[in-house]
Each structure stands twice: as C-alpha cells, then as structure tokens.
Design a protein. Sequence first.
Length: 151
Amino acid sequence: MVNGQLLHGLLHPEMGHVFPPHDPTEDPFKGVCPYHGDCLEGLASGPALEQRWQEKAENLGPDHPAWDLEAKYVAHGIVTQIYILSPQRIILGGGVMEQAHLFPKVRRHVQHILNDYIQTRAILKDIDHYIVPPGLGNRAGVLGAIALAQR
C-alpha cells in the first residue's frame, strides 16, 4: 500500500518471485516454482516446505531445521523489499506465517542480513512492530478482497 492505495504498475507486484541466495550444499532442494524453480515462492512456500521435508508445514515442530532455513529465505525476500520500497511496516501473512515461532527467527535474520546498513529505529530497536502478522489474521485476504470489491 502507498498512501492508502494498492501499489499497481504494469501488473500486480510479484514479491514472491525474487531470488534469495540458494546454496545447494546447504539446501539441495531445487524448488517448486514452475517458472523459476528456486525463487522465494519456490523455496519458501507451503508446497515447497511440504515437498522438501515430506511433511505438511503445520506438522513440523518449532525446533525442526525447516524453520531456520525458512526464516532465512523469507528474510532475504524482506530485505530486498526494504531496499527497493523502504516500507513503513512489513506484514507477513499466509499459511506458513501462521507459525508464530517463525516471526522472531525472520526478524533476527533480517537484522543480520541488513548488518546495521539501514539506520532506523523501526529495524534496529522496534523490529517486533515492524515485521508483523496481519491484524486480521487469516481473514485479511478475504476481507481485503471484499474491501476492494466495494470500491
């Protein structure tokens, strides 16, 4: 959103198709995106988690190694958006992000990757309020679609 309006250019933004660093020695999984393979969606989506670990994400315990790898990929996607768009807040929703234990990991990875390059209180001191889940929970997408249709 920019000034209360959806950002719209040539087409809708496709932030899930950025390319996080993918080290095949650390993660030999090739990704599930039918277009790119190892873009963010291909490496970090629910279907990617399920195919990589042969288990649905909601069945993986909070201490499973999947979550640190997931947080790293998501953080790289976020950092790309921070550099390009400089958002005032980042809201992460969707099925994978319903894993509340993932947020602290993502925030730590974001701070580590940025390495104090972005000097703002929101990231350095208040990241718990900068990278957040949707206030409407898993109803955000449906309610947002209704709001757009009403416009």
